[in-house]
Ligand binder design. Sequence first.
Ligand code: IPE
Ligand code: IPE
Ligand code: MG
Length: 252
Amino acid sequence: MSFREHINIDTLPQHIAIIMDGNGRWAKQRGHDRTVGHQEGAVSVRKITEAAVALNLSYLTLYTFSTENWNRPQEEVDRLMALLIEFIALETPTMLKNNVRLKVIGDIGRLPDSTLKALNGCLDKTAACTGLTIVLALSYSSRWEIVEACKKIGKAVAEGNISDVDSINEDTVTKYLETNDMPDPDLMIRTGGEKRISNFLLWQVAYSELYFTDTLWPDFREESLYEAIVDYQNRERRFGKTSEQITNKQQK
Ligand code: IPE
Ligand code: IPE
Ligand code: MG
């Protein structure tokens, strides 16, 4: 029996964010180079995207390469950048077929020109797609994003586009983040066993449900996603209220 049958279509998360961790360990367990893990991880990305399309989710944000990942051995960084180009070339036609739009968040100016070119091509081609939005977090760190937002807000004040410093509120900050046109994640998944956020969407996960699994990313496939969604649907999101308030509201 599949977890798929237990998913309630009426209460699906609108936005799922995933920290795709464990590629290196997956490869090591099999006596392979870490790169093999990244390659197999790309297969999981395809499968999870297809499952997200089938479920009609709106946003899937994938932590693909962090600012801190620039500190990995150059050879691994180069391989990851090349893999990204291969992935985009292979997946763009499927994305168009499935009405999937690409969005990228992060300090993408740091990416090699060839990677940026491939990404920009896909961004252009899929810009008009209205189904699932896949958000790749690339050269991304949440603290970088928040600092950038602070700079932009400062400039807006200096240039008179924000008239009064006291008018700055949570909506202002949200507007200046890379994720400004997206809802916050309802569910954040981390694969690979670690229980940390590693500088991912710190502002946006304020009220996300967190789901940690030991499953390594290359092993995380459709059924694992369904299991995470069922787990999410069995939780009560209270947003600071009491359980009674939530239950009574649902009964009304
Ligand atoms: C996640 O897998 C992929 C990236 C961070 C690019 P890792 O490469 O971190 O795999 P582990 O954690 O070493 O197993
Ligand atoms: C987080 O994984 C970043 C991505 C999945 C892209 P890491 O493997 O880099 O995280 P840490 O170093 O274990 O915190
Ligand atoms: Mg890791």
